[in-house]
Design a protein around this ligand. Sequence first.
Ligand code: CCH
Length: 265
Amino acid sequence: MGGKTGDFEAVRQDIIKLLHQPEYDDGSAGPVLVRLAWHSAGTYDAETDTGGSNGAGMRYEAEGGDPANADLWTLAGVVAIKEMGGPEIPWLGGRTDYVDDSKLPPRGRLPDGAKGADHLRWIFYRMGFNDQEIVALSGAHNLGRCHSDRSGFEGQWVNNPTRFSNQYFRLMLSMQWKKKTLKNGVEQFVNYDEDSGTELMMLPTDIALTQDKAFIKYVELYARDKEAFFAAFTKVFAKLIELGITRDADGNITNSDNELGGYHA
Ligand code: CCH
């Protein structure tokens, strides 16, 4: 990818074009791209300064070796969020596709949806997030769905999973969530709405946000105040995709072998 700002505008436009996928899930590649951005960044460990989106280390886990680069994954996430009605998240380029082997994160750094509040804290504190930020980030589950052939969980969190909003928090509080064991033995929470005939779901980690004194304060805030959620999500997603990256005043990344330098988009 070239170094000029204009190049990223062209890339943004290309990403927008590929979002519309009539044959895929709910007609959009947006949610899965947001998850891609999160997984590329969410391996970060502040203590050892390993993982994170810089270096595109995720290539090494991907079967078939997808050579897409680290900037593209994070940019696709922010473009998808905006196109789905979400906030405009500040984004800077300059990540490299080079990663020192010793900086590759071990497996198991991403959260397990079957667990509870302690696990969420263990995972997200490691990246340097606090309780408020954990709840704000979880709001991404307003988008997309679970696929039993990928995670074992099944279904979507909200009725319109390609529209970014605070509906996930609203439903979390307003509906009765019942534990359900799927055919594959996986446990999740569901709400069946007789009027619409639809079943919505929550992961055990989502429900854990309502069962913890510190977390539920923020769930309540974001459920009643969409603007507060959008502002918090903007800040925390921007932080997520910059984990492990330090920049100089011009936005150039200073802590990686980065011949191209950084650029603002
Ligand atoms: Fe997530 N997520 N996520 N998630 N996630 C899944 C799907 C999406 C957890 C587990 C799962 C974040 C945090 C967590 C998205 C964004 C974010 C699935 C279903 C599981 C399981 C995967 C499948 O079967 O396809 C857990 C646990 C946590 C703990 O906090 C964060 C943070 C973000 C982004 C900021 C998005 C988007 C999806 C939908 C993907 C799709 O394919 O539609």
